[in-house]
Write a protein that binds this ligand. Sequence first.
Ligand SMILES: Cc1cc2nc3c(=O)[nH]c(=O)nc-3n(C[C@H](O)[C@H](O)[C@H](O)COP(=O)(O)OP(=O)(O)OC[C@H]3O[C@@H](n4cnc5c(N)ncnc54)[C@H](O)[C@@H]3O)c2cc1C
Length: 432
Amino acid sequence: MAWDFSTDPEFQDQLDWAAEFVRTRVAPLDLRWPHDVYKPHTPEQRLIIDPLKDEVRMQGLWACHLGPELGGPGYGQLKLALLNEILGRSSWAPRIFGTQAPDTGNAEIIAHYGTPEQKARFLEPLLQGDIVSCFSMTEPQAGADPGEFTTLAVRDGDDWVINGQKFFSSNARWAEFFIVMAVTAPDAPVRHRMSMFLVPADTPGIEIDRNVALYGDPEGEGSHALMTYRDVRVPADSLLGDEGDAFGVAQTRLGGGRVHHAMRSVGLAQAALDMMAERALSRRTQGTLLADKQAVQAFLADSYIQIQQFRMFVMYTAWQIDRYNDYQRVRKDIAAIKVMTPRVLTDVAQRAIQVHGALGVTDELPLMNTLLTGLVLGLADGPTEVHQVTVARQLLRGYQAADGLWPSAHLPTRRQEARAQLDGAALPSPVG
Ligand SMILES: Cc1cc2nc3c(=O)[nH]c(=O)nc-3n(C[C@H](O)[C@H](O)[C@H](O)COP(=O)(O)OP(=O)(O)OC[C@H]3O[C@@H](n4cnc5c(N)ncnc54)[C@H](O)[C@@H]3O)c2cc1C
């Protein structure tokens, strides 16, 4: 099969439309309402936002992560990667195009495991972009190690009763429903200890203790809840997937979610490089442009090289997902791009900040935000170190220990083997 790095012309037209639309029509929302992406829209906002969403629908670019059965165009991950690069440049763009995390992953979970009633009540409005949702897994005492989770769901007649505390439940304050991971079999091995539940936001007993803000968020704008589930009672059909299979259910959302973050990060890193290049060509010091200084040229070159490597790896991973339709099979490369994402973002953002001098660290440029996004993506959806473990484990499956004392590449041993093979072959043939 041929290698092909071109985009089909029809889709390229759509991408060109999206790039222009995001730059001229969506980016102003980032400036006007920077903290409102997940909030229920005000009537004033709806007047602007609803027509923007309609335009995206008319272009066939609404909810591009979804197949036609869920109202998306089913373009596949590779085309989604190209689109998400564009959307990654704006914090509002994913919402305007119906592809924002964590709602995309939560929609996939309900699509897979929800009852018809749950789909009608939650999936439909979620897919229409009318509501937002929350994934509630991390706990205050443990994030990366689910073996430490203690939030408990106990069967009581036809119901489940959930008790416990969760941390960093993003957008809990605006969510219409929660997907909650809770222990249902405390003595089982970790993989089978927890189950996943769909909990409507109006269920009694859900309390937000504190809306934790990311660094730099203005007071009152925190959106990552520390929250308590106190005797939260839900019916038996709130269980998503099988009892004890929270991990399986979580994978439905996490694989895709991590890849989508990486796709958007390509665009965000490229935006920082664009800023770096513009500044290098605009600012003079000691008689020359910054662009003429070798140190700055190295910043530019290293950033370009890093972004291109990252971009190709993200594309290749997307291509594999399309080809094999099996996230498990592509697990190593999904974990690898998850490791690359924060590195590329923080490296490029840091260089761009440096080239901008003092202005770079102010809130008058978006670069500190890009740096923070890089740091966040080294934690959210699992810390870098855990994904490195996944890459290494998957990688090692393709290898085996050396036979005997010396490595298989040990030169004296190999020379001896080569001598035995070649010297014997060089002997004159007895019949010749
Ligand atoms: C902006 C943001 C949004 C988030 N949104 C959500 C959300 O909506 N829902 C939700 O449930 N969670 C959410 N999270 C939480 C996120 O999933 C956790 O932060 C993450 O899993 C890490 O857990 P932790 O913060 O408790 O860190 P810990 O588990 O305490 O880990 C701290 C550090 O220890 C090291 N470490 C941990 N494990 C290992 C290991 N196995 N090997 C080597 N080193 C290790 C790493 O350096 C790691 O960064 C969000 C986080 C952020 C930052």
